[in-house]
Design a protein around this ligand. Sequence first.
Ligand code: ZN
Length: 341
Amino acid sequence: MFDTAIAGSLPKPAWLAETGKLWPTWRAQGDELRQAKLDATLLWIKAQEDAGLDVIGDGEMSRQHFVHGFLERVDGIDFEHKVEMGIRNDRYKAMVPQVVSSLTLKGRVHEAEARFLRAHTTRKTKFTLPGPMTIVDTVADRFYGDRVKMAFAFAELLNQEALALQADGIDIVQFDEPAFNVFLDEAADWGVKALERAAQGLTCTTAVHICYGYGIAANIDWKKTLGQEWRQYERVFPALAASSIDQVSLECIHSQVPPELMALLAGKDVMVGVIDVASDQVETAEEVADTIGRALQFVPRERLIACTNCGLAPMGRDVAEAKLRALAAGAALARQRLGAV
Ligand code: ZN
């Protein structure tokens, strides 16, 4: 009961890349960089195990950014001539690559780090990929001329990599779709279908992570405009409940998401965000257990997974490590409170 997992990313060590940034510059190149990425992956596998987490990820040490890490292995994208684009409905500007021709994969995207992860832990493993709708919102289209068409083109490529990750021995393949919280009608209309295309044929556990973004200033300011009740999930959860996706990751602690919206996910495992990524304040075990308790009003105990609200990438390493320990301690306390240990 109450498995513990992270949403995906963890802070990169200062010797691997710039710290505190979402698009950090690598410290090394070539073979040296390849080795440094795996060294950092090993460090975080150990830290997650030491903290007591049940599901272990690679911490996304091998990608510069959660979307661009995938795009770098796609042919048909011009990375040389990036353009500035407003993303997530103009919430912030980013320099993004351009889609200039029909899309194909150059080969495997995450083989090295996925196999490395599988080889270095005996616990359950999770690997994250960006979702099709979020990718479409993070590149400039100069070829398809249609968001849906381009999303399904990306979904096919994601599916190839997801099937290969499964063959590498990964237990849970998760797609990150923060765009579902921004383009509400489109998410329910075609976003979930594109997601299912990306997950087609997978027999491992499948998951989707939907959040209000990393704890960066643009996102914190945006959240202030969303009012007292954040009901974005209300639009997409029914479509997800009817979908083939097994697990849904959502924000809970310190958010204005009404907890009753979790009831819309009947039949799914729910990864409840019990660790805030927008604050360096480390949660107490009591706070985490209380958040789990609130979620239990709407999620059956056997379906609840304790998770972080989003990735921890832009945080300090010591804060992130303390938050991993708080996550495991809080889940243990919640089990104790229910007399389950
Ligand atoms: Zn997130």
